[in-house]
Write a protein that binds this ligand. Structure first.
Ligand code: PEP
Ligand code: MN
Length: 343
């Protein structure tokens, strides 16, 4: 439920609303803005909902009481009308820009990652990606360089002035990863690891939340709600493909429907990852451009200095030249759309 106050409502009137909410054993949340709103994020017992709505509507200074109709609250546009812009080291992730995140699937060595960063920077992207803790289907596959990889990422991110993003797989690892990177990535397989979501929320770092391969929109936004609920407003949603009907041609099915749907029902920025979404490098540029056209606020693209030698996801990684070409095409499209490339 959201209580919208009148323009110029006094502190006393706002406090009166909060007091009435607390009196019913619920916790109010004051949302500043042109007009202050007071929200109740938790579920309101059915037996008091109607009477509370009536009472709040009659209090001095109150303009309107709106029930929030979705299971997620803090992530909903009913709760917050303006689109959220996540700001990280001067990069803005939101609706007026197209933020480009690129880099290899895994950080493999200092030399490999430095070469990737140089190419990512030269092509005009703002964020360098790379996994140090890798969620691999097989325990025998390359698992990442762990802390050593994070050190490489930090030093190269600083050298090139790129914002950094890397995955954290478990709640106990959050402090370690947060020490080295600018944005915490929560992988598709971890979307409903609730202790991890809570710990990432507490870290104070922006959280990049990837949609689980079979997650519904409600499940996805409720996962975001876990982070927001910790008092961390900086959540970035990422559509990265859902389970396909047919795996013989592509790895996943990039759900572009999700982009306008998420933008309508949530105020959070939406990034599309066409690399994992389709899983085949030659199809990535087409889907990257389509994602921009359906309203994505940015893209995450895998690019490797030499994809044939990559230790993970080489077959879906663009070459440096392929990525530079894609950046040129996207730059033209963003200006057609009246948006700005980069943050
Ligand atoms: C990745 O970004 O390399 C990755 C493992 O992604 P996802 O969690 O979407 O599979
Ligand atoms: Mn990958």
């Amino acid at each position: 439920m959201i209580v919208l106050m009148q323009f110029g409502a006094t502190e006393e009137q706002i406090e009166g609303v909060c007091e009435a909410i607390r009196h019913r054993g619920l916790e109010p949340l004051v949302l500043p803005g042109d007009r202050v709103a007071v929200g109740i994020p938790s579920a309101i017992p059915a037996e008091i909902r109607e009477s509370l709505e009536g009472l709040l509507g009659s209090l001095p200074g109150v303009s309107k009481v709106t029930p929030v109709s979705r299971p997620y609250k803090l992530a909903s546009r009913e709760w917050k009308r303006e689109s959220t812009v996540v700001r990280v080291k001067g990069v803005e992730i939101g609706p007026t820009t197209l933020t480009m995140m690129a880099g290899p699937c895994s950080i493999e060595s200092y030399e490999q990652f430095r070469a990737a960063a140089e190419q990512v920077k030269r092509a005009g992207a703002q964020v360098i990606r790379g996994g140090a803790f890798k969620p691999r289907t097989s325990p025998y596959a390359f698992q990442g360089l762990a802390e050593e990889g994070l050190k490489i990422m930090k030093s190269i991110g600083d050298e090139f002035g790129l914002v950094t993003i890397s995955e954290v797989m478990s709640s106990d690892m959050v402090p370690l990863v947060a020490q080295y990177v600018d944005i915490l990535q929560i992988g598709a397989r971890s979307m409903q690891n609730f202790p991890l979501l809570i710990e990432a929320g507490k870290s104070g770092k922006p959280v990049f939340l990837k949609r689980g391969p079979s997650a519904t929109i409600d499940e996805f936004l409720l996962a975001a709600e876990y982070v927001l609920n910790q008092g961390n407003p900086n959540v970035i949603l990422c559509e990265r493909g859902v389970l396909p009907i047919d795996r013989s041609y592509t790895r996943n099915t990039l759900d572009l429907n999700a982009v306008p749907v998420l933008k309508e029902y949530s105020h959070l920025p939406v990034i599309v990852d066409p690399s994992h979404g389709v899983g085949v490098a030659r199809y990535v540029p087409a889907l990257a451009k389509a994602a921009l056209m359906v309203g994505a606020d940015g893209l995450m693209v895998e690019m490797h200095p030499n994809p044939t030698e990559a230790m993970s996801d080489g077959s879906q990684s663009l070459t440096p030249d392929g990525f530079a070409q894609l950046m040129d095409d996207l730059t033209q499209l963003t200006s057609l759309l009246g948006r700005k490339m980069g943050g």
